[in-house]
Design a protein around this ligand. Structure first.
Ligand code: R5P
Length: 276
């Protein structure tokens, strides 16, 4: 991105004092400059959040004109309600903390299903970007004779929109989440999948169980192949192994989070947005 923006790239020094306190240092002069902090909040969202908070506040203290956070994946957004008494609504808390530390946030396909927009969470300007058209282009180039499946109603904003854009049939399944590690998925509006290349599209693959359960249902319809594409590939624990074991032959993600499945590049789009 720095190259694309013809900007100075300066890695931040982040380490820890012997007692575990964060140590953070900029290695470039920030006075009067616009600073773009890039953080994907994986694989350690807690540490990443602390780094962003320290980096944002420190940059302002050092005289930066503007501090922009580019969070291709914005962690903590999935806890967007108090599902059980006493729980923290993490998305709100993180939104408040980041609003204090930086001046603007850019992110891709944030998981904010129970909010109308990012301004319900942040008190600073935000830019909500979507990788939908990049994913649609990728699917168009790499898949033939296909149908698209969204594993739950929330995924229709990716699966259905992408399918409509490409002009292929799609359906969205019904999902019931039992625990973080257990879901049930049912195909409620079946489409013809027999002999087709089925592409499951979702925003996040975390433990992989959503895709695994969807794939098990899809298999009953005798498809030619099953693939999965996501915006944010977290691939927690044995997710990749489980997906392969269930017969998901191709797993593809954007580079919002760095992973070996990255095939779709979002940096060009980000750079263009930052130039505006
Ligand atoms: C949920 O609403 C999301 O869109 C994803 O389906 C979910 O985060 C995937 O999680 P997992 O891979 O752990 O099933």
């Amino acid at each position: 991105m720095a190259r694309k923006l013809k900007a100075t790239y300066s890695p931040l020094t982040v380490s820890a004092f012997p007692d575990g306190d964060i140590y953070l240092k900029y290695n470039t002069n920030l006075k009067g400059k616009t600073l773009v902090l890039v953080q994907s909040f994986q694989p350690n969202p807690e540490h990443s959040l602390s780094v962003v908070l320290f980096a944002g506040k420190n940059a302002k203290d050092l005289g930066a004109k503007k501090v922009i956070l580019v969070a291709p994946y914005l962690a903590y957004m999935r806890q967007d309600a108090r599902f059980n008494p006493g729980e923290a609504v993490s998305s709100k808390i993180v939104g408040e903390l980041l609003s204090e530390a930086v001046d603007k946030v850019y992110t891709f396909d944030p998981h904010i299903h129970r909010y109308k927009s990012l301004s319900d969470i942040f008190s600073i300007p935000t830019k909500y970007l979507t990788a939908n058209w990049l994913i649609a282009d990728y699917i168009k180039k790499h898949f033939k004779d296909l149908v698209i499946v969204g594993p739950d109603w929330e995924s229709s904003q990716w699966a259905k929109r992408i399918a409509d854009k490409i002009g292929v049939p799609s359906t969205v399944c019904k999902k019931k989440r039992i625990t973080s590690w257990k879901v049930r998925v049912k195909i409620v509006n079946p489409i013809l999948m027999k002999g087709k290349n089925v592409v499951i599209v979702d925003d996040i693959i975390s433990t992989g169980h959503t895709i695994v359960e969807a794939a098990k249902e899809i298999r009953k319809h005798h498809p030619k192949s099953i693939s999965a594409i996501c915006v944010h590939g977290l691939f927690v624990g044995e997710a990749m192994k489980k997906l392969k074991k269930t017969g998901v032959s191709k797993v593809i993600s954007t580079n919002c989070i760095e992973h070996k499945t990255n095939k779709i590049d979002v940096t060009e789009m980000l750079a263009e947005e930052l130039k505006k």
